[in-house]
Design a protein around this ligand. Structure first.
Ligand code: ATP
Ligand code: MG
Ligand code: MG
Length: 379
């Protein structure tokens, strides 16, 4: 037993709380939005800004263990939480993963490859680096980016000044990356506990639409040796960084079979939602196990699966589908499990839920998704 405090009240916190409650833990969450997805299922929600020190103190007072569901936690808040409660993941993991340059250095220190990159401090430096890397290349802000926001794919030298001017408004270091002409994007989520036990979930193949995750396919449609290598890299990063809890590792797979790590997330990850029905242990249960220093659960894959994200524009067709009789909803040997996050407004491209499609093969699950009306809406 005990109470787990979660900084952030979104869907990741919600699914963490649902998994942790089944294990007998109580939950308290801090989020600025009343009735946030996690707050709805937690024992208590503290409604305040994430950087509100008094609210953080209240969270610490109520919690035996504290975790977070996003990485942009204020350093002062982290410090206070560590002083007044127990934050098994520590502050270093956040410090590293909040900043692309620090993150890349940590990945390299683990002996794992990232795309060639350069720190950029002026338009002149950017021009020089773009000439060196060639176009296309990708300029990114070091902090605060998500869903492709805070980045610019530079396709010609003419764009250099505009790209620099636009992204430097974010007032953070900029980093230029060589463009990786990847064949697939893959991610692996690994967990490590304070006693040093490490386990990786099976690699997922990720399909993005408009920089937002659309599908995660498991097993990934790559040779088994690549999947195992991706899982080994994630374990190596978790060990080298001394991660506690989950670390999600996003990678590019090149046509030559090389893996480059794109970025990390020290938390449950959208591409790991497939584990909820398809693995012996879900990523959320695993995170609770890791931060509570319980033995980690088996990450064995029970069935092929494709996870489809339900964005705002997919909610209506999903609800139309859900009210059909079972016989019309299911194909032979396919089971579709729906998860909705309790968000009130179905805005375009907002993550509202996801569907795990379990089937005899990933191809069969993909065919089911292709044939269903749920994702036909404009993307
Ligand atoms: P997330 O929502 O995953 O946190 P983000 O805004 O942090 O996204 P990245 O994951 O760095 O951004 O990049 C978004 C997408 O842009 C990647 O999934 C990939 O498809 C593409 N991309 C990013 N960097 C590169 C690169 N160096 N070469 C090729 N494609 C890239
Ligand atoms: Mg990111
Ligand atoms: Mg990413």
């Amino acid at each position: 037993g005990g109470t787990i405090g979660v900084l952030g009240g979104g869907q990741l916190g919600r699914m963490l709380a649902l998994a942790g409650r089944a294990m007998g833990y109580r939950f308290v969450t801090l989020d600025p939005t009343p009735d946030a997805p996690c707050g709805q299922v937690a024992d208590r929600q503290i409604t305040a800004a994430y950087h509100d020190i008094e609210a953080a103190r209240a969270l610490a007072n109520d919690s035996d263990v504290i975790t977070y569901e996003f990485e942009n936690v204020d350093a002062d808040v982290t410090e206070l939480l560590m002083k007044e409660s127990y934050v098994p993941q520590g502050s270093r993991l956040l410090y590293t993963t909040q900043h692309r340059l620090r993150e890349k250095r940590a990945i390299e220190a683990a002996g794992v490859k990232v795309a060639p990159y350069a720190e950029i401090a002026s338009a002149a430096e950017l021009l020089e680096a773009v000439k060196r890397f060639g176009t296309p290349c990708v300029l990114k802000t070091s902090t605060g980016g998500y869903d492709g926001k805070g980045q610019w794919v530079i396709r010609s030298l003419d764009e250099v000044d505009e790209a620099y001017e636009t992204l430097s408004r974010a007032k953070t270091e900029l980093v230029l990356e060589q463009f990786i002409h990847f064949e697939k994007e893959i991610s692996v989520i690994a967990a490590r506990s304070p006693r040093g036990e490490v386990k990786a979930f099976p690699a997922a193949e990720n399909i993005h639409v408009n920089n937002i995750l659309h599908l995660s396919i498991v097993p990934a449609r790559t040779p088994k040796s690549i999947q195992l290598e991706a899982e080994r890299l994630a374990v190596r990063i978790a060990e080298s960084m001394g991660v506690i809890g989950l670390i999600a590792v996003e990678m590019f797979l090149t046509p030559e079979g090389e893996l480059f790590v794109n970025e990390l997330a020290p938390r449950p990850h959208n591409s790991g939602h497939y584990t909820m029905e398809a693995c012996k242990t879900s990523q959320f249960e695993q995170h609770v196990r890791a931060i509570c220093n319980l033995p980690l659960g088996s990450t064995e894959l029970l069935t092929p699966v494709v996870m489809g994200n339900v964005l705002g524009q997919h909610v209506e067709p999903l609800l139309d589908w859900i009210v059909q009789p079972e016989s019309e909803r299911q194909a032979d040997g396919v089971t579709a499990k729906v998860h909705l996050y309790g968000k009130h407004e179905a805005k375009h491209n907002r993550k509202m839920g996801h569907v795990n499609v379990l089937a005899g093969t990933a191809e069969q699950a993909l065919q089911w998704i292709e044939a269903s009306n749920i994702w036909k809406a404009s993307e």
